[in-house]
Write a protein that binds this ligand. Structure first.
Ligand code: GDP
Length: 205
């Protein structure tokens, strides 16, 4: 993570996916959960994933790799980060939700190089109904996932501890859930090293 990262492509449908190569970790979460901020903070690159997009607009899988790699076959980076489109936007029309579900489910089911999905949960809200639906999708696709609480600076430390325990309880029977939950704040640069370490371990670097 110590080097610059770059955007290589946006994938609106599966035929635009880069050839399978580097191991991938993906980031999912409700619109406004702080996903862009967390990805930017993770790689110390402010403008990489665009923050404060109009919620629900970016319906693409966005691929990031360390600078200097194209992501094409024969020029393989050590890993790729995949920013999944946000979900749970209240005003999203049904066909947009259906398109999201299809793109994401096809990707989850078909991508052998995808090692883990980090599912971001806003500390102020906890796991909401549409988060649960996404966890169902991940369990069904049998893709390993780990919960990351975001914006922990917005709630008091004891509330973070309670939320960690409540969330652990909620996911403990879920088959594809990784048990450890990471608490993070992009604003205060907290939990970033925990997340970097978890990702490095996941992809074996
Ligand atoms: P995305 O839609 O999930 O990509 O969310 P963004 O990263 O664009 O963040 C949504 C809003 O939450 C923005 O106004 C951010 O400034 C704010 N935000 C993101 N991360 C944090 C955080 O760790 N702490 C606080 N207090 N605000 C945050």
């Amino acid at each position: 993570f110590g080097r610059p990262w770059t955007f290589i492509r946006g994938v609106p449908s599966l035929k635009f996916l880069p050839p399978e190569g580097p191991l991938e970790v993906a980031f999912a979460g409700r619109s406004n959960v702080g996903k862009s901020s967390l990805i930017n903070a993770l790689v110390s690159h402010k403008g990489l994933a665009r923050t404060s997009n109009t919620p629900g607009r970016t319906q693409e899988l966005n691929y990031f790799v360390p600078e200097g790699y194209s992501g094409e076959a024969g020029d393989l980076p050590p890993m790729a980060l995949v920013d999944m489109p946000g979900y749970g936007y209240a005003q999203a029309p049904k066909d947009q939700v259906d398109a999201w579900t299809k793109l994401v489910f096809d990707y989850l089911r078909g991508r052998a190089t995808l090692k883990r999905v980090y599912v971001l949960i806003d500390s102020r809200h906890g796991v909401k109904k549409n988060d649960d639906e996404v966890l169902d999708l991940l369990d069904k696709a049998a893709v390993s996932y780990q919960i990351v609480l975001t914006k922990t600076d917005k709630i008091k430390p004891p509330a973070v501890i309670k939320l960690l325990a409540d969330t652990a309880e909620k996911i403990k029977k879920r088959p594809a859930a990784y048990p450890g939950i990471i608490a993070s704040s992009s604003e205060k640069s907290e939990g970033l090293d925990d997340l970097r370490e978890a990702i490095a371990q996941t992809v074996g670097i």
